[in-house]
Design a protein around this ligand. Structure first.
Ligand code: ZN
Ligand code: CU
Length: 484
């Protein structure tokens, strides 16, 4: 009698995650795993899917997220699963939900993750237990944020940590690494981390070394001083012998436009000496909390939320300043704490970073923002539809590689990121002729089209344009991925 499996996906064009061609093979899934790739004629299946004309790829890995607390608040994670994302990396840009307990509202930019009552997890093991209870639809692995460490042990964040504080941060970081965190992230451009010295960052990075982790960084500046900021990141990687990932690589600010080749060359040169890479998102606007240092005449800034002036949200800063008849900086100050979208990049630079062989794709989506940057709902379908198919900025096989096998090896996600026998069945089936992002700057919370089916750990979790939400046999099957 033929062996029976859970799913056989037939006739799809299969991209296995490694940059190269595609194959027309059948893929069989049994329980959590891919059990056959190729001839499945000896198998029968509970569910047979004819995927003629569709592409089957490993589930996408969103390497740059701020989903730390979103997976608890909204475990269905529709904004990610509907893009074909099956794994998210949390804890980026120096901010992580762990370790961070606070009696007051969280400091900037940890406030991007949630409100004070959302921060409930003293250690990674507590976070992991809560994750398992919530049973989100996507897998998650986490970094430990430097700014969170600082905010946990220091009162005044406008200075560098002293040796005693560094020692305390090291203890928190070591515990987190022992409990499965992947590495350290920094957000050195942000006010609450800016004053930290390279010495402070290096001392923390050392803790990660024996665990075989990595170092990711939102650079000290993405404006004119970007090369020096990259050198600082490289020096930390060298010092601690850690791989380095430069987060959301970009040339920000008009005076910095057109420098993508220079930045890529700088990175390429360093690749001869150490393990460095980067991630990027497919948009020419950035988004974060409202930062006075980025308020200039030439950057169009859109206000997404404001705590003291919620009525002013969803307007440009220049319009608000006109209404109030004050300067841009004065208006920005009055709006804070606030969120903003900064139209600060050149489209050609974005395309160069996106098509650069060693960049990964990371959304940097901000799930708490009431009017989020469209990257939260659109990143992956936008790369596949807008950039691969319509603009022909990069080939589909390379784009899939950047979303799957490349990040899986970079973050050491065991048996993920490829379509291979014995690997976890994280899979996405999509229509390459039709896939496209629908979210834009004015209507950012729109589901993409063309993602047909998504499996997470062998469980069908998204189908058609609806989500499969039952917590049992199929549906929300995401796991906490501890460093392996
Ligand atoms: Zn960042
Ligand atoms: Cu970020």
């Amino acid at each position: 009698m033929a062996k029976s499996v859970d799913f056989i996906i037939k006739n799809a064009t299969v991209y296995n995650g490694i940059d190269g061609g595609s194959q027309n093979v059948d893929v069989a899934v049994e329980k959590d795993f891919i059990v056959a790739v190729g001839d499945c004629s000896q198998l029968t299946a509970k569910h047979e899917i004819d995927a003629e004309g569709l592409v089957l790829a490993p589930g996408f890995i969103d390497v740059h997220t701020h989903d730390d607390l979103e997976v608890m608040r909204n475990p269905q994670m529709l904004n990610k699963i509907s893009q074909g994302v099956t794994t998210v990396i949390a804890g980026n840009c120096g901010i992580s939900a762990v370790p961070y307990l606070t009696a007051k509202e969280p400091v900037d930019p940890i406030n991007l993750l949630g409100h004070k009552n959302d921060f409930l997890y003293p250690q990674v093991k507590d976070y992991r237990a809560a994750f398992e209870r919530a049973s989100p639809s996507v897998n998650l692995a986490t970094l430990v944020g430097h700014t969170s460490l600082r905010a946990q042990v220091m009162g005044d964040l406008s200075r560098s940590a002293n040796d005693d504080e560094i020692a305390q941060m090291k203890v928190h970081l070591k515990t987190a690494m022992e409990q499965g965190a992947l590495g350290l992230s920094t957000g050195l451009a942000y006010y609450n981390a800016k004053a930290s010295s390279t010495y402070e960052v290096n001392a923390l990075a050392e803790v990660v070394t024996p665990f075989n982790g990595l170092y990711t960084t939102h650079l000290r500046t993405e404006f004119q001083g970007i090369l020096a900021a990259m050198d600082e990141a490289f020096s930390t990687g060298k010092h601690a012998e850690l791989p380095v990932v430069i987060s959301h690589i970009k040339c920000a600010g008009k005076e910095n436009w057109g420098r993508a080749s220079e930045v890529i060359n700088h990175l390429e040169k360093q690749r001869q000496h150490q393990d460095v890479g980067c991630d990027c998102y497919p948009y020419a606007a950035s988004s974060s909390t409202l930062d006075l240092n980025q308020v200039t005449e030439e950057t169009e800034i859109f206000i997404t939320w404001s705590e003291p002036h919620p009525e002013m949200a969803e307007q440009s800063l220049s319009d608000i300043a006109k209404q109030w008849q004050i300067s841009l900086k004065a208006a920005a100050k009055k709006l804070q704490p606030a969120g903003a979208v900064y139209h600060c990049m050149l489209e050609q630079d974005v395309q160069q970073f996106l098509s650069y062989q060693h960049s990964m794709v990371g959304s940097d989506g901000l799930p708490c923002d009431p009017h989020p940057h469209p990257r939260l709902w659109g990143t992956f379908p936008r790369v596949l539809g807008h950039y691969c198919r319509d603009q022909q900025t990069l080939p589909l096989s390379l784009a899939i590689h950047k979303m799957t096998a490349l990040p899986a090896s970079r973050f050491k996600l065991h048996k993920r990121g490829q379509i291979k026998v014995g690997f976890y069945a994280d899979l996405v089936l999509f229509d390459a002729n039709n896939v496209i992002d629908m979210a834009d700057y004015s209507k950012p919370q729109q589901q993409a089209v063309g993602i047909e089916k998504v499996w997470v750990n062998g469980a069908l979790s998204f189908s058609g344009d609806t989500q499969i939400q039952t917590k049992s046999e199929i549906g929300r099957a995401g796991r906490f991925l501890a460093r392996s």
